[in-house]
Design a protein around this ligand. Structure first.
Ligand SMILES: Cc1cc2nc3c(=O)[nH]c(=O)nc-3n(C[C@H](O)[C@H](O)[C@H](O)COP(=O)(O)OP(=O)(O)OC[C@H]3O[C@@H](n4cnc5c(N)ncnc54)[C@H](O)[C@@H]3O)c2cc1C
Length: 429
């Protein structure tokens, strides 16, 4: 059988290499450490967790917990190593990061189908099967090569606005209207604030706690894309003249003092993003301060805003939902560089790539996971996201195909549906 080149032995690459090897595929696994370290990597071992040592919630109450359950059903290698090196931490899966990375490395090194090459890759043959899993801090040489073969730019700085669940918005304090359009119609959901609410919001925003940047992450603020807390610090009316501008919006014939606009993230309206809300506040502060917007007082935050250096491909433009490059189906992207966000999601994409690379090499139909499963929903986001404003996404309920059950039963029903579909798929892999 043909050899597969896997570039990067992080979370995605480690999962991918192991799964391919277990299926009898010969793997050349390239890792540039310890010859060369990204600014956030320090440990020569594989699957290094660069920041938190938590893989987040591990219960079926959260989509990330369901994703883990799906991965376990499909015998994820990296998740198994995480389970074996976990440390107590309530409902989350938290690992001893040193033991975790050491175990992943040891097992990969002793797999006879994996040939480990400690070298930076800066180019590869476009006709060979390759899985690029070089992560959000992919080396510059490789990033430039990818730009050359796709003809598209890799994105290097992320400014992601928060996303709320559609069914957690208080619609007594929100209404649809496009600017200058008819009230009750349009694509934008407006969340008005009166003068007192606006002033209080700006004051809390300007003194809220921000995330400390890594030493290599110089704050890059473009005037057209300033974090909202920086705008609030510049003066009380700055936000009212920017993202909270009320022009062209009216309620009962009167213009509100300020308006936060929400825009649908998907056709079902299960997810809305806060338009123009780039932010670097800590997650608890985003919950506290953005929760002061009357329509969002009970909001469920599906994704928080983040700003950090990130390298990822414009997936809707260049990839299909099997993580294959549209122009070269033998080349796949896994992990954060493919447009998923987060540790567990990176592992998940590594598993998906391996499953479908094996099918591809054997000329068999690729596996469809469907948006009933967290794995399929993540893959679908890559293909269905907006090409013009694509940003990496972690798993959340809003990505899954909606289910018609009362709200309090929703999570349980979604989890049950996802896991039974994975059990079915497993039979056919
Ligand atoms: C600073 C930072 C903090 C983050 N914190 C979190 C967090 O707390 N929680 C969370 O869920 N997610 C976090 N993420 C997002 C993401 O989940 C992690 O970056 C995750 O490790 C991504 O997995 P990956 O396999 O795609 O990449 P990585 O785990 O980064 O693995 C990529 C590997 O490829 C290697 N490599 C790169 N270029 C080359 C090359 N040219 N040739 C050979 N090898 C190469 C690297 O050395 C690395 O080992 C963070 C991201 C960043 C940048």
């Amino acid at each position: 059988m043909t050899k597969v080149k896997v570039i990067g032995a992080g979370l995605a690459g480690a999962e991918c290499a192991w799964q391919l090897a277990q299926a009898g595929v010969q793997v050349d696994l390239y890792e540039m450490k310890p010859q060369k370290f990204s600014p956030a990597h320090h440990n020569p071992n594989f699957a290094e967790l660069v920041c938190s040592n938590s893989l987040k919630n591990d219960t079926l109450e959260f989509a990330t917990g369901v994703l883990k359950a799906e991965l376990r059903l499909l015998n994820s290698f990296v998740l198994d190593c995480a389970d074996k090196t976990s440390i107590p931490s309530a409902n989350t899966l938290t690992v001893d990061r040193e033991r975790f990375a050491a175990l992943v490395t040891e097992r990969l090194e002793s797999n006879k189908n994996i040939n480990i090459i400690r070298e930076e890759v800066t180019e590869f043959d476009l006709d060979e099967p390759v899985i690029v899993a070089a992560g959000p801090l992919c080396s510059t040489g490789l990033a430039e090569f990818i730009e050359k073969i796709t003809g598209g730019r890799l994105y290097f700085y992320d400014a992601v606005a928060p996303i709320v669940a559609g069914d957690s918005i208080d619609y007594d304090f929100a209404f649809y209207q496009d600017r200058w359009g008819e009230v009750g119609k349009g694509d934008y959901l407006n969340c008005p604030l009166n003068k007192e609410e606006y002033i209080n919001f700006c004051q809390e925003l300007s003194k809220a706690q921000r995330v400390e940047l890594h030493s290599f992450e110089h704050e890059v603020n473009f005037e057209g894309c300033l974090p909202v807390e920086i705008m609030a610090r510049r003066g009380i009316d700055v936000l009212r003249c920017g993202p909270l501008k009320p022009d062209g919006i009216s309620i009962d014939g009167k213009q509100p003092y300020a308006v936060v606009q929400l825009r649908r993230e998907n056709t079902e309206g299960s997810m809305f993003n806060l338009v123009g809300f780039q932010t670097n506040l800590t997650f608890p502060e985003q919950r506290r301060v953005f929760g002061l917007i009357p329509a969002l007082h009970n909001a469920e935050w599906l994704r928080y805003g983040v700003m950090h250096r990130n390298t990822y491909i414009n997936a809707p433009k260049f990839l299909n939902h099997y993580f294959q490059l549209k122009t070269h189906r033998n080349i796949m992207f896994a992990g954060q560089i493919s447009g998923v966000e987060g540790y567990t999601e990176s592992i998940a994409s590594g598993l998906l790539c391996a499953i479908n690379m094996i099918k591809y090499l054997n000329n068999l139909p690729l596996v469809e996971f469907g948006t009933e499963t967290c794995l399929g929903a993540l893959a679908n986001y890559l293909e269905a996201g907006s090409e013009h404003n694509f940003q990496p996404m972690h798993i959340n309920w809003g990505l899954l195909k909606p289910i018609d059950v009362p709200k309090k039963e929703k999570k349980h029903a979604l989890a049950e549906r996802a896991l039974s579909k994975i059990a079915e798929i497993k039979e056919c892999i």
